[in-house]
Design a protein around this ligand. Structure first.
Ligand code: NAP
Length: 290
């Protein structure tokens, strides 16, 4: 990689950032496309997001990704926000504009792109969403936008699932989403099989032997399981879906595509399928999967 006086810098704000795979994605793209750009992680101390955004602007950073725990906290320090990011209430990508940054959410378009690549089509489906955190809420919005028929949100704290269902139903002016306590999954119609999106932290490294729902009878109701977790690459949830005869996917491609969409926003260039595969392999190598 050649770095000179013309090199543009992009980076990641988070805390922690030490385990990020994003440099592998963006530096591979920049190198393969012959763009003079470098991507580096920035560990932002708690309470210093404002200073980080101002610093990025002062240092002429072209673009920034924002990860946990700052995706909401960063919003007041932006010059503009994209309408999708505003609806979701979380920003993971900052794009430099005249006098400040414009915030985007590329996580949800990234998830949709990943699902399309995996042949998982939410249109017309009743979808089970596991979890009611920030990502689950965004997933429910995505599903409404992409024409899913109905969503059932299952969460440990059922009140949080109810709040999301109410909010989304108000937005789409119909009874699109409903909440269900985890222990009530048996109320889902028997004999019907669903697309299920796993949007909780349960099963993430190092607690890889856990799944939000353990009962086998739940997984007999799932024809496709989409786990947003990517570490480990094969979760307990995925194993249970496959054991019951369903197809299962992890969150690696979502991670890849949220990065590619951010890169396209920063550079204005288009990443084709061959290059996306190259970045995917670089990411897998960085995770020591190959
Ligand atoms: P969050 O806001 O903290 O929400 C966490 C969710 O997990 C809540 O529904 C919570 O239930 C549930 N949960 C956590 N621990 C639990 C436990 N021990 N038992 C039962 N439920 C538990 O997190 P988030 O930001 O939405 O992120 C959720 C997941 O998305 C993470 O695993 C992350 O890896 C994944 N993600 C993936 C990508 C990607 O690119 N692939 C990008 C972003 C996020 P309660 O409401 O009851 O607490």
């Amino acid at each position: 990689m050649k770095i000179d006086g013309y090199t543009r810098t992009c980076g990641l704000f988070g805390n922690p950032v030490e385990h990020t795979m994003s440099p592998a994605i963006h530096n591979t793209l920049a190198q393969a496309m012959g763009q003079n750009l470098v991507y580096v992680p920035f560990h932002v101390p708690f309470g210093q997001v404002k200073e980080a955004v101002e610093g990025a602007l002062a240092l002429n950073l072209l673009g920034v990704n924002v990860t946990v725990p700052y995706k909401q906290e960063v919003i007041p320090f932006l010059k503009e926000i994209d309408p999708l990011a505003e609806r979701i209430g979380a920003v993971n990508t900052l794009v430099r504009t005249e006098g400040g940054y414009r915030g985007y959410n590329t996580d949800m378009p990234g998830l949709y792109r990943a699902m399309c690549e995996d042949g998982v089509v939410p249109e017309g489906e009743t979808v089970l969403v596991l979890g009611a955190g920030g990502v689950a809420r965004a997933v429910v919005m995505l599903l409404a936008e992409k024409g899913a028929a109905r969503v059932v949100i299952l969460n440990r704290t059922v009140e949080k699932a109810e709040r999301i269902a109410e909010e989304i139903n108000g937005m789409v002016h119909r009874r699109f989403a409903e909440a269900l306590a985890l222990s009530d999954f048996h109320r889902l119609p028997e004999g019907e099989r669903f697309l299920c999106i796993q949007a909780t932290n349960v099963g993430m490294f190092p607690r890889t032997q856990e799944a939000l729902i353990e009962e086998e009878s739940f997984y007999r109701r799932v024809h496709t399981g989409y786990d947003l977790i990517f570490n480990p690459v094969r979760t307990r949830f995925m194993e249970a879906v496959e054991a019951a005869g369903g197809r299962a996917f992890n969150g690696l491609k979502m991670l890849l595509w949220q990065g590619i969409i951010a890169y396209e926003l920063w550079t204005g260039s288009k990443v084709d399928g061959a290059l996306a595969r190259e970045a995917y392999e670089a990411m897998r190598q960085a995770m020591k999967l190959v």
